[in-house]
Write a new protein. Structure first.
Length: 247
């Protein structure tokens, strides 16, 4: 849900030994969907307002037989144990504007929260609830009434929840971007810790911060250069870095 240009799909593709299929990507932006379809031409993309999505449509997607599954952006993940089983993962990044510290912070009174609240309403009507949820948003979401309503859903349906505030540079990515993450699953988490506590670190081993040069084109071309007029007006507001920077 809120699939954008396919960031979650790309991340899943990088996981080792995790066969999956995305059975549906939901996004209202036509431009984002053009890029998604270019990156993942075999994935069904639904250009729709999520407020019109129904439980029956989700049931039809998640109950479709697949040989290998993660499901949506709704996702199916295949785990290999004594038996191969298909597990359903819902991933989403709802609009962040109602929660950002620089905005009005209208929370659930902001019309942009209607879609995510609608989703959790129809999730309760599904014939079979997903095995996992992953939700991402900005710092500040953890104090919102929208988050409280979502947590009430998880409590009602017996999910175990862990919440995190993590910066991308903690994961070895040369970018400083603090974000809120919520993980929910039907089985208890193996990690010790009281539910309801916001975790601020994860055990990823020792991460070497790569330089930005590893991600940049060597000669991107003059069409990407910022002009002197623009830099003279806005340059003092920019966080200007170099290819050797690690954030």
């Amino acid at each position: 849900f809120y699939s954008g240009i396919g960031g979650y799909h790309t991340a899943l593709s990088l996981l080792p030994n995790t066969p999956f299929s995305v059975v549906g990507a939901f996004e209202i932006s036509s431009n984002a969907n053009l890029v998604y379809r270019l990156n993942f031409p075999d994935t069904p993309v639904f250009e729709t307002n999520l407020c019109g999505l129904t439980a029956s449509k989700l049931d039809a997607l998640t109950q479709t037989p697949h040989a290998d599954h993660v499901t949506s952006e709704a996702n199916h993940v295949t785990s290999e144990a004594d038996h191969v089983t298909s597990e359903i993962l819902f991933v989403m990044s709802p609009p962040c504007q109602p929660f950002t510290r620089q905005g009005a912070r209208k929370d659930n009174l902001d019309p942009r929260t209607e879609s995510v609240l609608h989703l959790f309403d129809i999730f309760s009507e599904l014939e079979s609830l997903p095995d996992y949820f992953l939700l991402e948003n900005v710092q500040g979401f953890e104090f919102s009434q929208t988050r409280d309503r979502i947590m009430a859903f998880f409590s009602q349906h017996g999910y175990h929840v862990q919440e995190y505030l993590l910066n991308s540079n903690q994961l070895g990515i040369p970018n400083s971007r603090l974000r809120y993450f919520l993980l929910a699953r039907k089985r208890p988490f193996p990690v010790d810790g009281k539910e309801g506590t916001i975790r601020r670190e994860v055990d990823m081993g020792t991460k070497v911060q790569p330089a930005l040069s590893q991600y940049l084109d060597v000669n991107p071309g003059p069409e990407y250069e910022l002009g002197d007029k623009f830099l003279g007006k806005w340059g003092r507001l920019l966080d200007i870095v170099t290819p050797s920077s690690t954030r």
